[in-house]
Design a protein around this ligand. Structure first.
Ligand SMILES: Nc1ncnc2c1ncn2[C@@H]1O[C@H](COP(=O)(O)OP(=O)(O)OP(=O)(O)O)[C@@H](O)[C@H]1O
Length: 324
C-alpha cells in the first residue's frame, strides 16, 4: 500500500533550564494509506512529541532539529503557516491528549463546531453547519439534537471524546491522528471508543494514527505498530507479527507486562528498572541498562533501525540487516 505519510529522521527537542530534552531522536516510519498505525511506548517515551512535531504543534519550548514529514510527497515541516492551515483539519486532523479539557465549559457544543468552521474560513450557512455537525455527531453515535445544544459539563468523558472526534471529522480529513484516545476513560468506555474508531475506519476509508501507552489497545485497533523507547523507534511491524514474534527485548517486555483479565499473575512480568532520562539519556542503546541481553556494543553505539529477512524493522544488535 502507498504511504500517505512518510516520517524521515525526525528529531525534536525541548529546551529547558537544565539543558535539552531529546524527546524524538531520529524517528523514521511510513504510514500506509487507509491503515491504522499505533505509536506505543511507556509514559514520557516521546510519543506525543512525535505527533506534535509531525503536525507542527509542539509547545513553544519545542524545536524540530531535523527531518521530513512527507504527506503525499510534500514536506509538512517546510510549509508556511498559511499552507499548513489549509492542510490541517481538511487533510490531517489531530485530537490532542486530554483534549476533553480543551472544550470551553461556557460554550455549547454547537459553538465549538462554529469556531472550527470560522477558524478554517469556510463559508457555510448556519443550516449547512447544523447539517454537517449533526452528520458527524451521528457518525460517532451521538444524538445531535441533545448534544449540539449541551454544555461540555453536561456530557460524560466518553461523550466528550466522541464530540472531539466529530469535530476533528468536520472537514473530512484523510488522516486522523489521536493522542491517547482511550486514556482517562473507564474500561467500558474505552472499549466503546475503540469500537467506534474501528467503525469510522471502515465507514470513511480514513487513515488513523494513534498514540497509546497500552499495547493491548494497539492489539485491538492497529494494523501496524511503532514501538517507541526513550525517544527512539525501536521496532515497527504489523500488529500480528509484533505479537506473534516480537523482536526487540523491550517489545517483548511490553507484551509480557500486559495483564489479561484472566491472567495468571505469575506470568505477568513488569519490565525491571525505570524509563531513561531524556535530558541525559544512556549512551548506545537507550534500553541497555534494562536489557537482559545487553552486550558491550549496546553500551557504546546506538543501534540503527534495520530491516530483517521478514520485513520487520528493529533497532537491536541481536539482529542483522536481512537476517533472521
Ligand atoms: N513542553 C515540554 N517541556 C519540557 N519537556 C517536555 C515537554 N513536553 C514533554 N516533555 C518531555 O519530553 C519527553 C517526552 O514526552 P512526551 O509527552 O512526548 O512522551 P509520551 O510518550 O507522549 O508520554 P505520555 O504518555 O506521558 O504523554 C518527556 O521526558 C517529557 O517530560
Amino acid at each position: 500500500m502507498n504511504p500517505i505519510i512518510k516520517v524521515e529522521n525526525l528529531k525534536a527537542v525541548y529546551l529547558v533550564r537544565e539543558g535539552t530534552i531529546k524527546a524524538a531522536d531520529g524517528i523514521s516510519f511510513e504510514v500506509p494509506e487507509n491503515s491504522v498505525t499505533a505509536i506505543v511506548g511507556e509514559s514520557a517515551s516521546g510519543k506525543s512529541t512525535i505527533i506534535e512535531a509531525m503536525t507542527k504543534t509542539l509547545p513553544p519550548n519545542g524545536r524540530i532539529l531535523s527531518g521530513k514529514v512527507l504527506y503525499n510527497g510534500k514536506d509538512i515541516l517546510t510549509l508556511s503557516n498559511e499552507e499548513l492551515r489549509k492542510i490541517k483539519w481538511k487533510e490531517i486532523a489531530l485530537v490532542p491528549q486530554a483534549a476533553q479539557q480543551s472544550l470551553n465549559p461556557t460554550m455549547k457544543i454547537i459553538d465549538h463546531f462554529k469556531d472550527t468552521v470560522e477558524a478554517h474560513r469556510v463559508n457555510w450557512s448556519h443550516n449547512e453547519l447544523i447539517k454537517k455537525a449533526s452528520e458527524k455527531l451521528k457518525m460517532v453515535r451521538l444524538n445531535p439534537e441533545v448534544v449540539l445544544y449541551a454544555y461540555p459539563l453536561q456530557l460524560s468523558g466518553g461523550m466528550k471524546q466522541r464530540v472531539l472526534i466529530a469535530l476533528a471529522l468536520l472537514m473530512e480529513p484523510k488522516v486522523l491522528i489521536l493522542d491517547e484516545p482511550t486514556s482517562a476513560l473507564d474500561v467500558l468506555t474505552q472499549a466503546h471508543i475503540i469500537q467506534l474508531l474501528k467503525e469510522l475506519k471502515k465507514m470513511l476509508n480514513i487513515t488513523l494514527i494513534f498514540v497509546t501507552h497500552d499495547i493491548a489497545v494497539a492489539a485491538e485497533l492497529a494494523d501496524n505498530v511503532a514501538v517507541i523507547y526513550g525517544g527512539n523507534l525501536i521496532e515497527y511491524n504489523s500488529t500480528f507479527q509484533i505479537f506473534k514474534n516480537p523482536l526487540h527485548p523491550y517489545t517483548n517486555g511490553l507484551i509480557n507486562s500486559i495483564m489479561a483479565v484472566n491472567a495468571d499473575m505469575s506470568k505477568v512480568k513488569p519490565i525491571p528498572g525505570d524509563p531513561p532520562s531524556l535530558l541525559n539519556p544512556p549512551s548506545g542503546c537507550r534500553f541497555h541498562p534494562r536489557c537482559e541481553h545487553a552486550m558491550e556494543i549496546c553500551k557504546k553505539e546506538k543501534p540503527q533501525l534495520i530491516e530483517t529477512e521478514n520485513g520487520a524493522q528493529v533497532a537491536c544488535y541481536l539482529y542483522k540487516e536481512g537476517g533472521r
